[in-house]
Each structure stands twice: as C-alpha cells, then as structure tokens.
Design a protein around this ligand. Structure first.
Ligand code: SAT
Ligand code: MN
Length: 607
C-alpha cells in the first residue's frame, strides 16, 4: 500500500483512516490485472461463495449464491443525506448527515475484522474522457471487486489518471457481520440484513454502504455514484447523468444515428440496447444498457458515454428470443448470481428457452459445503431467483458498437421514454418541443409485472426511470432538464415516447415487439433525417400507419391502427392521474410542466 502515498496523498490518508475504523486484517490494492482477478476468483471458490461452471460449457465463468436475505436493492434503506432535507426532496429518504455519520461509524467500527479491505480505483466512462469520472471503492467483499472488474474500468491506469491530486468519489462498503448467525451463509455471503444502510453524502461526494453484498447496494459505482451522486453533480455542472441505454442505428446508406432511452424496470431496456435487426440493410449496435452520461459539445450536439464497461442484467426470461446478443455476452467470462445450476455444471433460469435438465438445483439449495444439495424440480418456487443476475463484459457483446469506448462519446439524435402500458399510450409519438419532451419524461409510467414485488398490473409513475436514482430534489431535476430548452446554440435531440405493450380487446399484445421494435426506431431515424411523415395529434407527432415499415411483418392494418389509436377519454383519465402525481411532488415542480399539461388538455379539446 505504501506507494499509494506517492500517488495520491488524499487517497492514502482516506485508506488509512478507513482501515483504522473498520479494522481489516489486510489492505490490498486491486490493480485490475487478469492475474489478480483470477486470484480473487480462486479465493471466492475456496470460501464457497463461487462455484466454477463447466469450462467447456461456460469458460471462465462462475456461479455465486447470496444469502436469501440479501438479493436486491433496498430502497427503504437508501438515504440521501444532503445538508438540507429539501435538497433530497420528496422522493428520497433523508437523515441529517452528522446523525447518519455517527450511526454508520458505529456499524463500520471493526466491521472488516477477519477480512481483507480491497482498494478498487475505477473510472466511470473511458479512462481520460472529459465526461468520465473517477471513483475509489474500499470494500471487504472480493465478490464486489470481481464484479467491478467487469462493470467498470479498474486498476492502475485509473490510478495513473487520478495522479497525485485528482478528484475522486469516495465509496466505502462493508458487508458487515450479522448479529444473528445465518448458518452456511456466514462464510459464503457475509451480510447484516437487519442493519443494512446505503447512504449518500452528495456535498462530500461520498457513499457509505453497510450490510449488503448485492448489486447496487454494494457495487457503489453503479446506482450510487453513476446516478445518485452524478445526477446531483451534473445539475451543478450542466450535464446529464441518466438511467438510459444507448443504441446505434445504421441505415442501408451507412448513416448512423444514436438514441438514448429511459425505461422503468421490466420494460426491456437491455433488450432494446441489444436489438437484432429485422430489416435488410439496417444495423443496430449497443453502446450501453443502463447508464448514460451526456454533455453538450462545442458543436451544440449532445454526446453520451456509457458510464459502465459491462452488463449487470436480470437473468430470468433472457433467452435467444428476447435477447440473442445478451445470451452471447454470457457465453464466457461471466459471473452469475442466484441462478440455478444444472448437473452438467451450466446455468439455468426460468424463461431461458429450454427445460431444466433433471437434477437442476435451485439457487438457494445448491451450494452447501456439505454437498447436501436437494434438487427442487417440480416445486412451485422458481429455481432462479427473480432478481438473479449475470455480470458480463461489454467487450464480449457481439453487437457492441465501434464507438462504445470512444472518449468523445456518441452524438445523440433522439431520446426515448418507454413504459409498459396496456392501454392509452400509443406505440410511438414524438414530443412537440423540448419542454413537452421533458413533460413526457417526468410523467413516465409503467404497469408492474410479476417480476417485481407488489400488485401486478398497477400503474406506477417513474419519472425518467429515475425515481429511486435521482440524488436530489426531483422538482429541481425537472427544472434542470427544462433549462437546456432555453440555451442558445444547442442541437437538442428529439424526444419520443414508445409503448411496446399495448393490448387489444382479447388481452393480447398488439405489437409483436422484440426485433420488430427496430421498425419504430426506423421511423424515429427518418424523422431525424426529415424524411418521415408525422401526423399532428393532441399527444404529439405520430406516424400514420403507412409511415411504419411493416414489410414482412404480417401485422394486420387494423392491429397497427389500434397500436396508434388515441382515445380521448383514456387521455382525460391520464391527465387527471398526471396532475395528481405532479402535485404530489412538492412545490419545486416547475410551473412549465403544469403548462404542458394544460396545453395537452387544450389540444384534447372540449369534453
Ligand atoms: O442492483 S442494481 O441496482 O445494480 C440493478 C437494479 O436494481 O436495477
Ligand atoms: Mn438500471
């Protein structure tokens, strides 16, 4: 650790101070090299956290099983501890920072005893890009380190870029020690479910996370830094940190345009990012599937980078049909968490596209050190946890875009908002203006699916798909988005809403979806070119049925028309819901959004 001192005094001091608090047995710098990654994977196998999958079927891949009490993000234990409560706003939990620090320090005290504290320097975005930022995570979880190796750019090149006095976000993570013994999980998956807390201090650019080793609770680079802290920072510095995928679309004339898109969970954001083309001559390529950092360039265009370097995707229902490219991403070098294990040493989950081989072992049954695995086939409980994940590298994605790692980023032509709506919202429409588009984003909604806890089919508003991820007052966040509309010299992207999930009277989806969504992207592409038609409707500009390429689709004209229908009554109901929602977000919601709502009512006409 000594040479850290030469590199960055602030970092060295923070490491020392944290080690004194958390009392790890050892402190180790993660250099990001393959050898170090391999050594940590071997350690994880030794401790029983990892099982190596079949080298023939899944080269260099592992299966991890978490404690059943630690399987997803915990929003109710996630806090934004800004100095002022109003800064955190109505959508975040808040506790006064000094009080929270005292509480957290008592949890961190000695929490790493018996473990190693890893120092993980990482870059969000291509190393050296002017949009990218550096973070350092101190963690006592080797599982976190190897996941970060896939999800971010890690290691010595990052430390070099950081230099002696560069700025970085401080992320401290400890799995903790449970007061209650959890049997086999104590060793394989340490955590402290009763006292979990994921805490952000935006003014200090710092995250403290205690008690969970899973996903966004523990990989602090992801939702904590790249969305919650970065959104706050982006507001101050006039850029955007968004929960968006980025996709490149190339037409037969080889012209490429990029789109960024925000979708609440379970709406197929990753599938859209990795779409397989269904149209001759058209290509679709992936830049990112979850987090876009965007900044307007000197030429007035909006440039986006993928803040990440891998995919942390939900496994269940990922198949060759729903997402062929994602399946190929996980052919090798992949870490699976909480999926089922086949007797052949491969992985399985519900909706993978084939039946579970006999003897397949469910996610919380298989890894007992004593080998007493109980196959649970035929049991109602799913074999893979609904929030089971794959961690795959972007570089292994067959559809990865040539510019995905370009430090300049990619120029964004259009921004897409999409939700899962069985009624009301048409297949696609284009916002009439920037502020109308911001209104569309701020009122984004989706119906809940069986995959998430709670009632199925319930309509939930999720503005910009950022409800759990906006690190400051959501009203100010809307104002920040609106502010770009008043700036001179910007080439603002067009803004779209899509809905692949509208249902007919028979309760079936009207639109065939999946690769066919490219037909909708094509309309947007051609709108940006100025070559596609758009009908002026009360909700926005829409394609007439003839503007959507349906060649070879076999979709009846009536069905397409139904996909595109606007029912005034439905929209009046929608307007009332939107008004209630916006009013519920407090007095910092910009008036402009209520104006946009009034315009919508006006365009819908008298009752
Ligand atoms: O666990 S993560 O936050 O990384 C993924 C998610 O919940 O969306
Ligand atoms: Mn996400």
């Amino acid at each position: 650790m000594d040479y850290l001192k030469f590199l960055h005094a602030g970092l060295a001091a923070w490491v020392k101070e944290t080690a004194e608090l958390c009392q790890p047995d050892k402190v180790e710098l993660f250099d990001g090299e393959d050898a170090s990654y391999g050594r940590l994977c071997a350690l994880l196998i030794e401790s029983g956290t990892f099982r190596k999958l079949s080298q023939e079927l899944r080269p260099n891949s592992f299966l991890a099983e978490s404690d059943p009490a630690d399987t997803a993000r915990v929003e109710e234990r996630t806090f934004i501890c800004s100095r002022e409560k109003d800064e955190a706003g109505p959508t975040n939990n808040w506790v006064e920072p000094q009080t929270m620090k005292a509480r957290m320090k008592s949890l961190f005290a000695g929490s790493m005893s018996g473990r190693t504290m890893y120092v993980v320097p990482y870059s969000m975005g291509p190393v050296g890009s002017s949009i990218a930022r550096i973070g350092v995570e101190l963690t006592d979880s080797a599982y976190v380190v190897v996941n970060m190796r896939a999800m971010t750019r890690t290691g010595l090149p990052v430390l070099k870029t950081l230099g002696k006095s560069g700025e970085f976000v401080r992320c401290l993570h400890s799995c903790g020690h449970s007061e209650k013994s959890r049997g086999k999980y104590d060793k394989t998956w340490p955590c402290d479910p009763e006292r979990m807390a994921i805490v952000h201090f935006p003014e200090e650019r710092m995250v403290w996370s205690y008690g969970s080793g899973y996903g966004g609770n523990a990989l602090l680079n992801k939702k904590c830094f790249a969305l919650r802290l970065a959104s706050d920072r982006a507001r101050d510095e006039v850029w955007l940190a968004e929960h968006m995928m980025i996709v490149g679309v190339t037409n037969p004339e080889e012209k490429r345009r990029y789109f960024a898109g925000a979708f609440p969970s379970a709406c197929g954001k990753t599938n859209l990012a990795m779409l397989q083309s269904c149209l001759p001559g058209w290509k679709v390529e992936t830049v990112g599937d979850d987090i876009a950092w965007m900044r307007f360039g000197g030429d007035g265009r909006l440039y986006a980078i993928n803040a990440e370097a891998g995919f942390f995707g939900v496994a269940p229902y990922t198949s060759a049909k729903s997402n062929f490219n994602a399946m190929r991403c996980m052919d090798k070098d992949t870490i699976f968490t909480n999926v089922a294990l086949t007797p052949q040493g491969d992985v399985w989950w519900e909706g993978i596209g084939w039946d579970a081989p006999e003897g397949t072992i469910g996610w919380d049954q298989g890894m007992a050190a004593d080998g007493q695995a109980v196959p649970v086939l035929g049991q109602a409980k799913p074999l893979a946890h609904p929030n089971s994940r794959f961690t795959a590298r972007a570089s292994n994605c067959p559809s990865i875009d040539a510019n995905w790692d370009n430090p300049t980023g990619v120029p964004i032509s259009g921004i897409i908002f999409g939700g899962r709506r069985s009624t009301t919202v048409p297949l696609v429409y284009e916002a009439r203006s920037w502020s109308h588009g911001v209104f569309v984003g701020s009122t984004l909604s989706s119906e809940t699916t069986a995959a998430a806890a709670g009632q199925v089919g319930k309509l939930r508003r999720d503005p910009f798909a950022m409800l759990p991820f906006c690190g400051y007052n959501i009203g100010d966040y809307f104002a920040h988005w609106l502010s770009f509309g008043n700036m001179q010299g910007l080439q603002l992207p067009r803004i779209y809403q899509v809905n692949w999930f509208r249902k007919g009277e028979d309760g079936k989806f009207l639109w065939p979806g999946y690769s066919n969504n490219l037909r909708v992207l094509k309309w947007m592409f051609e709108r940006c070119e100025g070559s596609a038609g758009g009908v002026d409707t009360p909700v926005g500009f829409m394609p007439s049925p003839g503007d959507i390429d349906t060649e070879g689709l076999g979709l009846s004209p009536e069905k397409l028309e139904k996909c595109l229908e606007i029912h005034k009554e439905d929209w009046m109901t929608e307007v009332a819901l939107i008004r209630t929602f916006l009013l519920g977000l407090g007095d910092r919601v910009p008036n402009r959004l209520f104006k946009e709502l009034a315009y919508l009512v006006e365009r819908l006409g008298p009752r």
